[in-house]
Design a protein around this ligand. Structure first.
Ligand code: TYD
Ligand code: MG
Length: 463
């Protein structure tokens, strides 16, 4: 029987598969991102397995002994935290991010630290020549490390090299979009190439037991197949984010088979590479200026780690006849609309004639509902032109009837605030759990709110 290949169309931005070509992807609404991909049909015999073919798989009881995977620490604590404690042998990690955000820098630093610990590490670049990587290493001050470098885009060559190097522990491929397999009839960076190359490299990693780190660029224009196309093929996906205008970079796990996905790693880009930021609160609050109306400090939580952030609100009289502007950076605009409605309806704060600008300083994106109270405090402060107390932090969720609701891990937030010298916390009414309520940290006074209208009252500015 003649083999017939059918056609499929894959979106380069989100990885969705379509049967027909279209100008716009139904799944992610991006334009001009569908790309044709040939699909080999399954052979008739493998499509319908007959009895007698294939072996019986082994079945196990659920209650068996579990062995935690051994991990190799990278020597960069912020990276290890996001990985869930280090690299797992034979696992595959995809590190995505915008071009120029610092992926190569981070991985070169991690690779040379690992090599410095005596592990055999290969850093293979398809983007830069060996000399360029050496120059970067000089800038990063990691030249003396025993890291092995290679410049290649040919996956067949790379796999052959890896087969001949049995003691390799970690391999970095920078980037998967530059890799190329002769047997695939399309250019590097296309969905077919990216998938086929990743498949070959992942197979080698699973077979030889090394940890594989793939770098993937995210491009807005969809010029290259994005990391989304690979997300389901790898064990962990992390995104390196940050505003290029800011110093901070955040490494966030989007998927992790070996750890939690809500941990973040915080770095600062300096002229000597990425530096770990083990105390992000101090960094995010470093530029805060006290005694200005419209600013409130939010005691937030990123994963298991408390982080203090400054929320800034600015109100200005609406110009023209149109609807007032609501511009938000670092927070959800739907949530802001809700909070404005609650403040207007439940507290009589008239904001409909005002343009509202809200900013989470430092470039971090907050998703926690616990930020509601800090945003409300910033808005009330901006509207009344009275600064919030400089020693106060805020956290709590706000409901539609204006009630201030409980949020998780109040104690951790209070502890972090106390550590940074804050003396007052404005928070939801605490409910006693168990025998007694935990005591606030030394020197910290609590202002417990039941309703958001208490924020508008005079007792917040008192103190
Ligand atoms: P890079 O790691 O090449 O980004 P990616 O691999 O994600 O494309 O980082 C490039 C940027 O980082 C570049 O704009 C220069 C800056 N940089 C520093 O500020 N300090 C440094 O020590 C290094 C190596 C890079
Ligand atoms: Mg790079």
């Amino acid at each position: 029987m003649a083999k017939k290949t059918s056609r499929q169309y894959v979106c380069k931005a989100c990885g969705a598969v379509h049967a027909k070509w279209a100008g716009q992807c139904d799944a992610c609404q991006e334009w001009n991102t569908l790309e044709e991909m040939a699909v080999e049909p399954l052979a008739a015999s493998s499509a319908s397995p007959r009895a007698g073919k294939g072996r019986r798989v082994q079945l196990h009881g659920l209650g068996g002994k579990v062995e935690l995977p051994p991990r190799t620490g990278t020597g960069i604590a912020e990276l290890d935290r996001v990985l869930g404690g280090g690299l797992v042998p034979a696992s595959v990690v995809l590190v995505g991010g915008d071009p120029g955000i610092g992926k190569s820098t981070l991985l070169l630093q991690a690779a040379s630290r690992l090599a410095g610990k005596g592990e055999r590490v290969l850093y293979i670049s398809g983007e830069e020549a060996v000399d360029q990587i050496r120059l970067r290493a000089i800038r990063l001050g990691v030249v003396e490390s025993s890291l092995d470098l290679a410049a290649s885009i040919n996956v067949a060559d790379i796999v052959a090299t890896l087969e001949a190097e049995p003691d390799v522990k970690v391999v970095v491929i920078d980037s998967i979009q530059t890799m190329w397999l002769e047997t695939v009839d399309s250019a590097p960076g296309t969905v077919s190439q990216v998938r086929a190359c990743a498949f070959e490299l992942i197979r080698a990693a699973k077979r030889r037991g090394f940890s594989l780190i793939l770098v993937g660029h995210v491009t807005k224009e969809g010029a290259l197949a994005g990391p989304r196309v690979l997300e389901h093929m790898v064990d962990a996906v992390m995104y390196f984010e940050g505003d290029r205008g800011h110093q901070f970079r955040i490494l966030r796990a989007a998927k992790n088979r070996y750890g939690a996905t809500d941990e973040i790693g915080v770095f600062a880009m300096t002229d000597r590479g990425l530096e770990e930021v083990s105390n992000p609160s101090a960094l995010f609050l470093a530029e805060r200026r006290g005694n200005i109306a419209g600013s409130a400090v939010f005691a937030g939580l990123e994963g298991s780690r408390p982080v203090l952030l400054e929320v800034q609100a600015l109100l200005s009289p609406k110009g023209g006849d149109g609807a007032p502007r609501r511009a938000v950076v670092g927070w959800d605009s739907g949530r802001l609309a809700m909070l404005l409605a609650v403040l207007e309806t439940r507290c009589g704060l008239k904001l409909s004639g005002m343009d509202v600008y809200l900013n989470v300083a430092g470039g971090l994106r907050v998703v926690e509902p616990a930020a509601d109270l800090a945003v409300a405090a910033a808005l009330v402060s901006a509207a009344s032109d009275v600064p919030t107390s400089p020693g106060a932090v805020y956290f709590g969720e706000v409901g539609l009837s204006g009630e201030v609701r409980q949020v998780s891990q109040a104690d951790a937030r209070l502890k972090e605030a106390a550590k940074l010298g804050f003396t007052q916390a404005v928070l939801p009414r605490r409910i006693a759990r168990g025998s007694a309520r935990s005591r606030p940290p030394e020197g910290m006074s609590l202002l417990e709110l039941g309703h958001i209208s208490d924020l508008v009252g005079p007792d917040v500015e008192a103190e």
